[in-house]
Design a protein around this ligand. Structure first.
Ligand code: ADQ
Length: 729
């Protein structure tokens, strides 16, 4: 197996310096827990931030680096200013609240934090490059490093890169609030495999990419810049064996007994969370208050324990949040406490895992009620620890885990009454119901553990082939034709240049009328046509009028409506390919008009021998569904009138069968000698007909991403035009 480079914001260990003493301790958190296994098994490296080492002496620093090296850990150092901008400011002040739908918590003016985020992501990419060996697999993690996949792809184009997001990916309507939405999407799309916890997050990602970048929505793979990006749902999990081991451990069990005894016969309801505003702690407290208010006879029979780990204390929103929680707990304990006891035992501290498992064992009811949570591992830890199949789990519908753990008592954490009732329901759940539910939950958690999670992801990464297959294509790694290829075309005895217009010579526009040629393009075409023994043809799907108006003065041949009409030179008449019946048009127009009515932002373009339905500016989700329905509704008309429905880039076009850009090729070739060199450029499906009709010696060039049978590829119209200028120079 090839080496695995894991990349995450934090290393799996944290370095602490305390008055001359340096210690290296395992870091906490769900991500580290889930990745420790693969790191140890695959014998690779783990790159990440080791914590602030600024206060270490030179000697201590060297010692730390040596010990990290032995652990397979590569430190990426950050200054304290970077930690405050990249980590606290952008990652935790912008991405974290937005991706958890807490728009009101967004840090509003984050321009400088964004800059720092970008710089630190570059630093990570460079650190990977420094350690990368050919054949390595790179697995990048989470929202702090979303730009790294593309930054690494730029530096090592053929690297095998995976990216996994540990937090939710929000609905497109929320995601597109982000001013840097485009950069973030492009950053992630640098990977070969992008993984999410649930199919819902993947769905949101796909429609965000469709809306923001105009990609064709597809839930499994996105075609992006000539590569295939595979998308998957891989629900993260825990090391089940470790929790079972702790749950059997005598000391842990003794501690659990002690916790129960101190509750003096009261049932225990437990919460374990980072003290984060996404975890729903205030609402949980309000639900507890509601429960105490409604169930006076149960007040003395229940103890609530809330363990809250301190977290992100440098982010403003968290300091304020801590105050709110403290006040709430104080208020409820003030109202419902007695001289002997208070209802809520609130512990604001971290605890060794053995202590947490003792709590899991002691708890009759586990409350996991985040407002949003990518997955949530606490609920899986609780289930794994309940080796005797007892206990009840109350789980938020808004945790990723709810998609799997359907036998829990699922609850809407925003509905305080519902949560209060569910606490009551969990407390009185019969032992037989507990067993039925817990057994089912345990089966799921045991079979889908952290090993399976990383195994599935890495398997997909192993198999992912990033490059799009190009039928019969001779693709240069960089895609573009070599300088020598251009040079030999330039010195050919005669040259035929066949050019598509939209998307090839000019960028695609929201409205066809806006794609007018700029003056430079007119000059470029004129100079090209003026070359000795050179013929220039523009072969477009556009109507004659557009080509005549925009390019009519030029001494070049124009072919409109995919070659149905041709005009050899300025002032000469347009000649039709053949007679054509047009009696089908009203019927087709009617059907397509129905789609325009149902799909805001789409429109019909009518030409002489074709009608097209454009949906570039429409909602991508609706449009892609409608695009699937068009052939069904048109089926009969197409058959009866011998028509074809041709898909283009965000357009469906109905035309007479057999009319395509390939029809002009025999005529064009006949005009020049057999030794003429042909260069053809096009960007969409309709240009494939042209490429297919050309002799195999032709220099065919696909402009843009996606599949093509062309021999070469250029990224965009600007580079296509550079090539035309190179032919003249
Ligand atoms: P987190 O937001 O950190 O993780 P979670 O998945 O619940 O949330 O993991 C928390 C971890 O911290 C658990 O392993 C838990 O046992 C531990 N923990 C909690 N309280 C503790 C305490 N007082 N002392 C010690 N340990 C404590 C992010 C996402 C999640 C996603 C994970 C993994 O927000 O949605 O599940 O990454 O992908």
């Amino acid at each position: 197996m090839s080496r695995l480079l894991i990349v995450s914001n934090r290393l799996p260990v944290t370095v602490h310096a305390d008055q001359g003493d340096v210690s290296i301790v395992p870091s906490a958190g769900g991500l580290v827990t889930a990745l420790r296994g693969p790191h140890e098994r695959h014998g690779g490296l783990w790159l990440g931030w080791p914590g602030d080492l600024a206060r270490l002496t030179e000697e201590q620093r060297r010692e730390v680096e040596d010990r990290l090296e032995q652990l397979g850990a590569v430190p990426v150092h950050l200054t304290s200013a970077e930690v405050s901008r990249y980590y606290d400011g952008f990652s935790n002040g912008v991405l974290w609240p937005l991706f958890h739908y807490l728009v009101e918590k967004l840090n509003l003016d984050a321009r400088h934090d964004w800059e720092s985020y970008r710089e630190v992501n570059e630093r990570f990419a460079e650190a990977i490059v420094a350690r990368y060996r050919p054949g390595d697999r790179v697995w990048i993690h989470d929202y702090q490093l979303m730009l790294v996949p593309a930054m690494l792809r730029r530096r090592i184009p053929d690297a095998r890169i995976g990216f996994f997001l540990h937090i939710p990916f929000p609905a497109a309507e929320v995601f597109r609030i982000l001013p840097w939405r485009e950069q973030v999407l492009r950053g992630m799309l640098g990977a070969d495999v992008v993984g999410f916890h649930t199919t819902a997050y993947r769905y949101h990602f796909v429609y965000s990419a469709a809306r923001v970048l105009g990609l064709d929505p597809d839930l499994e793979t996105l075609a992006y810049e000539g590569r295939r990006v595979r998308l998957g749902a891989y629900p993260v999990s825990i090391d089940v064996d470790e929790f079972v081991r702790l749950a059997r451990d005598e000391e842990v069990r003794a501690e659990a007994r002690r916790i129960r005894e101190s509750a003096q016969g009261r049932k225990i309801v437990l919460g374990v969370d980072r003290l984060d505003y996404t975890k729903g702690i205030p609402r949980r407290m309000l639900a507890i208050e509601r429960f105490l208010e409604r169930e006076p006879e149960l007040r003395s029979k229940v103890r609530f324990i809330q363990l809250a780990v301190p977290t992100r204390e440098n982010v403003d929103a968290y300091a304020e949040f801590r105050r709110v929680v403290n006040e709430l707990v104080g208020r409820i304990n003030g109202s419902y406490g007695t001289l002997d006891d208070v209802p809520i035992h609130f512990l604001h501290r971290s605890m060794p895992m053995a202590g947490v498992v003792a709590l899991y064992l002691a708890a009759d009811v586990m409350m996991v009620t985040p407002l949003r949570d990518g997955m949530n591992l606490v609920c899986k830890e609780y289930v794994a620890s309940r080796i005797d199949d007892t206990g009840a789990l109350v789980l938020s519908e808004f945790a990723g885990a709810a998609a799997e753990l359907i036998e829990a008592l699922l609850v809407n954490p925003h509905d305080i009454d519902a949560v209060a009732s569910t606490i009551q329901r969990a407390l009185v759940m019969s032992p037989s119901e507990q067993r039925v539910r817990m057994q089912a939950l345990r089966r799921r958690v045991v079979t889908h553990d952290a090993h399976r999670w990383s195994h599935r992801f890495l398997n997909d990464l192993e198999r992912a082939s990033g490059v799009l297959p190009a039928v019969g294509a001779v693709r240069r790694p960089e895609g573009a034709p070599r300088g020598s290829t251009i040079a030999s075309a330039r010195s050919a005895p005669s040259l035929i240049v066949m050019l598509d217009y939209d998307g090839t010579l000019v960028p695609l526009e929201a409205m066809p009328e806006l794609a007018q040629p700029d003056e430079a393009l007119i000059t470029e075409l004129r100079e090209l046509a003026a070359r000795p023994r050179t013929q220039v043809h523009v072969v477009s799907g556009r109507p004659r009028e557009d080509l005549e108006r925009w390019l009519g003065e030029l001494p070049i041949s124009l072919h409109a409506e995919h070659g149905f009409f041709s005009r050899a030179a300025p002032g000469e008449p347009w000649v039709a390919l053949r007679e054509a019946a047009l009696d089908w048009k009203p019927r087709v127009r009617d059907v397509l008009q129905g789609f325009v009515d149902r799909t805001a932002g789409s429109f019909i373009e009518e030409k002489m021998v074709s009608i097209a339905w454009h949906y570039r500016a429409a909602d991508p989700e609706l449009a892609s569904q409608m695009a699937r329905e068009v052939p069904l509704e048109l089926g009969e008309a197409l058959r009866e009138h011998d028509l074809e429905l041709i898909p283009g880039r965000k357009v469906l076009e109905v035309r007479l069968r057999g009319v395509n850009k390939g029809v002009i090729v025999p005529r064009v070739l006949a005009m020049m000698g057999p030794d003429a060199v042909v260069i053809a450029l096009g960007d969409d499906r309709t240009d494939e007909d042209l490429f297919a009709a050309l002799p195999p010696t032709a220099l065919t060039i696909h402009v843009g991403g996606g599949e093509s049978s062309a021999a070469f590829q250029l990224p965009d119209p600007a580079s296509a035009r550079r090539l035309l200028r190179a032919l003249v120079a």
